[in-house]
Design a protein around this ligand. Structure first.
Ligand code: DHB
Length: 399
């Protein structure tokens, strides 16, 4: 049977960042990933989040994996809100003293895989974990090799970083799941055309919410609120462009172009408690899911990793186990802060079926337009002062 210090299930942003940090701190980690490297790096279904809080960008840069992120990402100083036929700019630097960084999740995953492998780290692709055993004493990951054999990796600690449909999560006895679903979904497109504006536009319209984002000055990433049971076949390209244009109400202009990818994203909130059991820990979407409206999902994964990394290093370097014992307690603070903000942004911007609720929502939007306090609440949360902003110093500066 193979042995290692830290066994990690999943080569997503959380698993890769943790593996990279541990290797630099002299702790051995092995990452087991069900998919192939090519799938993670190039599958169109992997087009995911694109907004990094300033603290996430800082952590990635400090860890020494941010070279391409800094070169090719886009710095944004704020966002636009479109409602009542007007465009409101929120200047994050003025409101919260920080900005954000736009860089696609799968680019960051590609960068971290490259850095980790080049530095001698180990990622076993096409190795699916099918069981997690003995969590209290010597957590053991049971996995299937590409040729179909079942093998075991015995670990000093194991980490479930296997995403929102986590299998690892199910192995925690007595785990509590707090969750909420929303009566809408997002239809997302990636299109070869210039974005609607130089910064993101979050548009609230009587026909539904729309978001205008980007991946580069020539790649637009846009989303439409649709019914949860919607089918992609109902949305030919012309209908998507027409609807995006209608929901912008003339405050900016969409430029139709070739659509490279279309996808549907369900909306839900989920938090599990506790995020640990014995010598086993959950990070990222395996422990919590947010609706995408606040752009918090990937940022939360980096927060969890920062907290767990500091605790593991304290254990290995100083024999100090108290930070590990407090992992769930510390992580739930940033998790619930982000759940609150994601819920707030989602319910503020999406049309509700109940007319009373919808009028209240419009009143809230108008209040936001006039209240610097509410704008500051949005800006502080969006740039992540209370999430990744708390942890940048947990990550040692690379030399
Ligand atoms: C993107 C996604 C989001 O959920 C969001 O709030 C902002 C931007 C994006 O994919 O670019």
């Amino acid at each position: 049977m193979r042995k290692t210090q830290v066994g990690i299930v999943g080569a997503g942003p959380a698993g890769l960042f943790l593996a990279h940090l541990l290797r630099k701190a002299g702790v051995e980690a092995v990452v087991l990933e069900a998919r192939t490297r090519e799938y993670l790096e190039t599958s169109p279904h992997r087009i995911r989040a694109g907004v990094l809080e300033w603290g996430t960008r800082e952590m990635v840069a400090r860890a020494g994996v941010g070279d391409r992120m800094v070169q090719e990402g886009l710095g944004h100083g704020g966002i636009y809100l479109a409602f009542d036929g007007q465009l409101l700019h929120l200047d994050f630097h003025a409101l919260a003293g920080r900005g954000i960084w736009v860089y696609g999740q799968q680019y960051l995953v590609t960068d971290m895989i490259r850095h980790h492998l080049e530095a001698g780290g180990e990622i076993l692709f096409s190795h699916e974990v099918v069981g997690v055993e003995d969590l209290e004493e010597a957590p053991t990951l049971v996995y299937c090799t590409p040729d179909g054999r079942l093998e075991e990796l015995r670990c000093e600690f194991a980490v479930g970083a296997d995403g929102s449909h986590s299998l690892a999560r199910k192995s925690i006895p007595g785990i509590q799941v707090h969750q909420k679903t929303y009566p809408y979904a997002w239809l997302g497109i990636l299109a070869q055309t210039r974005p609607a504006a130089e910064e993101l536009i979050y548009a609230s319209h009587p026909r539904g919410f729309a978001l205008f984002s980007m991946r580069s000055p020539t790649l637009a990433r846009n989303y439409l609120q649709v019914a949860p049971e919607e089918r992609l076949e109902a949305w030919p390209d012309e209908r998507i462009w027409e609807e995006l244009d209608l929901r912008l109400s003339g405050v900016a202009e969409v430029q139709p172009g070739p659509i490279l990818e279309k996808s549907l994203t369900p909306m839900r909130s989920l938090v599990v408690e506790p995020m640990q059991h014995g010598r086993f820990f959950l990070v990222g979407d395996a422990a919590h899911v947010v609706p995408p409206t606040g752009a918090k999902g990937m940022n939360l994964a980096f927060c969890d990793v920062a907290v767990l990394y500091r605790a593991l290093v304290a254990f290995y370097n100083e024999g100090e186990a108290s930070l590990l014992a407090r992992y769930t307690q510390e992580a739930l603070r940033h998790v619930w802060q982000a759940e609150l903000f994601s819920y707030w942004m989602t319910t503020l911007l999406h049309t509700a079926a109940d007319p009373f609720e919808d009028r209240l929502r419009e009143a809230k939007l108008r209040h936001l337009g006039e209240s610097l306090h509410l704008q500051r609440f949005l800006a502080e949360n969006y740039v992540g002062l209370h999430t990744s902003g708390r942890y940048t110093h947990y990550i040692p500066q690379s030399t």
